[in-house]
Design a protein around this ligand. Structure first.
Ligand SMILES: Cc1cc2nc3c(=O)[nH]c(=O)nc-3n(C[C@H](O)[C@H](O)[C@H](O)COP(=O)(O)OP(=O)(O)OC[C@H]3O[C@@H](n4cnc5c(N)ncnc54)[C@H](O)[C@@H]3O)c2cc1C
Length: 482
């Protein structure tokens, strides 16, 4: 007779507070274990990168410190979920598996179907909790806003933990950190992982940093201090949306910095809004949100693409933004949008050629936001205005003192602030005592940044019948009716 056991399966919810599955596991009153799975099939997907794994591992490590006094820990396994549950259900009498719903890529839906079948066959119940007001099976946005606010204002769960007396047997899938030396060390350039740091960032935002939120949001350097910088913690669930919302709303500074804080809170809601879109149609990973834009033709030049990937285009703001991301995994919204616009509109590359590169680089990668935002910036949704960002204008407007440029392109650090945004304009006299790389004298495309064929085609397609039909369909699913 196998021992009874419940399982809490952590995914993008690496925290110990405001956690429904962990709360329910305690309520059930039976032995339970907490697991995280490093799943080879998910990790092989082109959106996954080492930095994601590093952040996850170090978040779990931090959880284990918190759970230690309850003699509990998050057990990490290295295997696919179906193999894991197949194994565990033959070793123990698994009664309940508790987790959050995942609004992931198709890959995760396929995995979940397999797991559901195994658990059903083994008569184990899978209790999936709704994740932060993203509604499963929603057909349209009727009542969604109200639903979101009800969630955001609802009571935060104060998880308590009983002392664990259950000892898990060794398994063939146990994860040994010494087999993965490259994730053991956490790069100092990245935001520190774990629940405690999420709260530290949130508190510092509310206490002081947030007052300049609106003023600096589009500036690549200053936004690093005045933006929330919570995206990574939200993406991996070190903190919940509701915890963030209520902390900001209840802070004594809320009334003082109301405009800035409300702006921030509206973005917290956008987060769920974008994830809700992807929950309904995860095909956005591979195909244009507006299927009419699948007709787009791009020139797709491999040399341009490889220069963009490395931050070697010769356009200082493009290169600085990419190099910053490569270094530490975070960039402000405006410069993310500019990188995509430059790739698709100026270099005339299909968005599909760049989307995984940024997914891998973003420490805060969240499929629901990423694929939808990427396509919005590429101009292929049919329902949003097509914004073409000029990297020179962005550079002059948003980094006038060149702090960001000089930090990430040291090759240009000797150039005067007034000239650094357009180094190709430097004359022989300007450069008489300086050397700059050739690429900044002659960027990969003309610095005039004329209106390209892609930009014209994107606008022309707005009149296309299929694009119009698709736009109507999208509005009916993703936008609330007035
Ligand atoms: C091409 C592209 C890809 C993006 N990919 C991601 C991604 O994978 N993960 C991700 O979290 N954000 C993504 N964003 C949105 C946005 O750039 C980041 O959320 C933001 O820069 C994170 O910094 P912050 O936490 O300081 O944000 P703040 O400005 O402090 O905002 C607070 C929170 O609101 C949410 N948020 C902010 N802006 C947006 C937005 N435009 N859309 C949806 N939610 C938003 C985030 O959860 C963020 O943490 C992307 C934007 C673009 C243009």
């Amino acid at each position: 007779m196998h021992e009874n056991l419940n399982i809490v399966w952590l995914k993008r919810d690496l925290r110990t507070f405001d956690h429904d599955p962990l709360f329910e596991a305690e309520q059930l009153g039976e032995n339970y274990i907490i697991v995280y799975l490093f799943e080879p099939l998910q990790m092989k997907h082109p959106d996954y990168s080492l930095r994601h794994q590093q952040f996850i591992y170090h978040s779990v490590k931090a959880l284990n410190k918190t759970l230690k006094i309850h003699n509990r820990e998050v057990h990490i396994f290295h295997t696919n979920a179906d193999t894991f549950f197949e194994y565990l259900t033959t070793t123990y009498n698994i009664k309940n598996v508790l987790s959050y719903q995942e609004s992931g890529t198709n890959n995760s839906w396929i995995r979940d179907k397999k797991v559901a079948k195994i658990l059903k066959d083994k008569k184990a119940k899978w209790i999936e909790f709704e994740n932060q007001a993203v509604i499963r099976g929603s057909k349209n946005r009727k009542g969604w806003d109200k639903y979101w606010f009800t969630y955001a204002n609802s009571t935060i769960i104060r998880n308590v933990y009983s002392f664990n007396n259950f000892k898990l047997l060794k398994s063939p899938f146990d994860f040994y950190i010494n087999d993965f030396p490259f994730i053991k060390k956490y790069p100092l350039e990245f935001q520190p992982a774990g629940e405690q740091f999420a709260h530290k960032y949130l508190n510092s935002f509310v206490k002081d940093r947030g007052k300049d939120y609106n003023r600096n949001i589009s500036q690549p350097e200053k936004s690093r201090y005045s933006c929330g910088r919570l995206s990574t913690y939200l993406a991996w669930g070190n903190i919940s949306v509701r915890q963030v919302f209520q902390t900001v709303k209840k802070s004594s500074n809320y009334k003082i910095h109301k405009r800035a804080f409300d702006s921030f809170l509206s973005r917290i809601k956008w987060r769920s809004h974008f994830i809700q879109k992807f929950e309904v149609e995860c095909s956005y990973e591979h195909t244009c949100i507006n299927l009419g834009y699948e007709q787009m033709k791009y020139t797709n030049n491999d040399i341009f693409l490889s220069k963009w990937l490395k931050g070697q285009t010769g356009f200082p703001m493009v290169d600085a933004s990419m190099r910053c991301l490569i270094n530490n995994g975070w960039l402000n919204f405006r410069m993310r949008a500019m990188l995509v616009s430059f790739l698709c509109h100026h270099l005339e590359q299909d968005w599909k050629r760049g989307v995984y590169h940024l997914a891998k680089l973003f420490l805060d990668y969240e499929p629901g936001i990423h694929f939808t935002q990427f396509q919005m910036q590429a101009g292929v949704t049919g329902i949003n205005s097509i914004r073409v960002y000029n990297p020179v204008k962005q550079s002059i407007d948003k980094d006038p003192d060149a702090m960001f440029l000089k930090k990430w392109i040291p090759e240009l650090s000797s150039i005067d602030n007034a000239l650094i945004h357009e180094p190709w304009k430097l004359t022989e006299i300007d450069l008489i005592d300086k050397i700059i790389p050739e690429i900044y004298k002659q960027p990969i495309i003309s610095a005039k940044l004329a209106r390209t064929e892609v930009i014209k085609k994107l606008w022309d397609l707005r009149k296309n019948e299929l694009v119009k039909k698709e736009s109507k369909r999208l509005l009916s699913i993703h936008v609330r009716s007035k």
